[in-house]
Design a protein around this ligand. Structure first.
Ligand SMILES: Nc1ncnc2c1ncn2[C@@H]1O[C@H](COP(=O)(O)OP(=O)(O)O)[C@@H](O)[C@H]1O
Ligand SMILES: [Mg+2]
Length: 309
């Protein structure tokens, strides 16, 4: 499968901060690629470099196989970016702003037809003549999305597109991303990990400027099937039991939560062996065991495990 985006050994150093430390990233054509990581991980920096807004300190960027740093004008029209903070021109009317985006990004023959299609797709028909500054936050975000789509780029980069939106607006953006999936390659950064799990084909996890994991969603998830979390409800908890649980090598983490019926132990375990029997017996020997269940690891927990290392 050919690559829409390929970063090789990309480093970005700001004064005093290494925002990206020698990262490699491959986004396959026609896929939707989730880009996740905590605040300050380097997501926006990576996206701005791909879109050609800022240069890397070192490394290579290929877009559709073209060396982007040497051919910026050839690459810019292929990428549509929804930045973290879209620079909307508040005094412009929606339609004029979108036409302006077409012009500065290389207008095409079918510009007008594309404009109509994008206005419809982003459901901006009713506000096309309105001033951007007077629109609600949700509508402003749709205008910003439209701005990234309106000049016909194949590759769409969305930097946390649902942050700060109300639930209805989030649904709108999610629906739109689903629709874009048919025609575009999408790189999507987000904190909404359940969204990633729902719509992405591939996932890259980044933290402190380093790529920690990258690959197909199911591979990333299954890699962590060795991590399990058990929830154990006990009537009371003795210090002896606490100490003996903490001493077990297969227990990676132990949280003790208050519960109306006693204490809820959340036990994180690593290893392929099924230790449920042993664990339940040990606990039952020390106290009254009310409930024992396994929690399946969600992507969010996978993510926390990876970032914890
Ligand atoms: N213009 C800048 N000047 C200095 N440091 C910056 C600049 N932009 C980002 N950084 C730093 O680079 C790191 C990565 O930031 P960013 O790419 O915005 O992360 P993310 O989008 O994952 O939250 C952070 O430590 C941030 O403070
Ligand atoms: Mg960011």
């Amino acid at each position: 499968m050919s690559l829409a985006i390929h970063l090789k050994d990309v480093t970005k150093v700001y004064p005093g901060v290494t925002a990206l430390d020698n990262i490699n990233l491959q986004v396959k054509k026609g896929t939707i690629h989730g880009f996740i990581g905590p605040n300050g991980a380097g997501k926006s920096t990576t996206m701005k470099i791909i879109a050609g807004l800022i240069p890397p300190t070192s490394g290579f960027v290929e877009v559709d196989g073209i060396e982007a740093l040497k051919n910026p004008s050839e690459v810019s029209g292929r990428i549509g970016l929804l930045p973290e903070q879209p620079p909307l021109y508040l005094g412009m009317r929606v339609e004029d702003y979108l036409r302006f985006s077409q012009e500065i990004n290389g207008a095409q023959e079918e510009g007008q037809a594309l404009l109509e299609k994008i206005i419809e797709r982003c459901r901006l028909q009713d506000v096309r003549k309105r001033l951007i500054g007077n629109l609600s936050k949700g509508f402003k975000q749709r205008v910003a999305m439209a701005q990234a789509l309106v000049y016909g780029a194949d590759i769409i980069i969305l930097d946390e597109p649902t942050v700060g939106l109300d639930p209805n607006a989030i649904v709108d953006v999610r629906d739109l991303i689903h629709e874009l999936k048919k025609e575009h390659t999408i790189l999507l950064s987000t904190h909404q990990l359940h969204e990633v799990a729902r719509i992405c084909d591939e996932v890259t996890i980044i933290d402190k400027g380093k790529i920690l994991r990258t690959g197909p969603l199911e591979v990333i998830q299954s890699e962590f099937s060795a991590f399990k979390t058990y929830e154990v409800l006990v009537k009371s908890l003795s210090q002896t039991l606490k100490d003996s649980l903490r001493a077990k090598s297969f227990i990676q983490g132990l949280d003790i939560l208050d519960h109306p019926e006693g204490k809820l132990l959340r036990i994180r375990v690593q290893g392929e062996d099924d230790i449920r029997g042993t664990l339940a017996r040990d606990i039952a020997n020390e106290c009254s065991l009310l409930e024992f269940r396994e929690r399946k690891m969600e992507l969010e927990e996978v993510f926390r495990e990876v970032v914890r290392d």
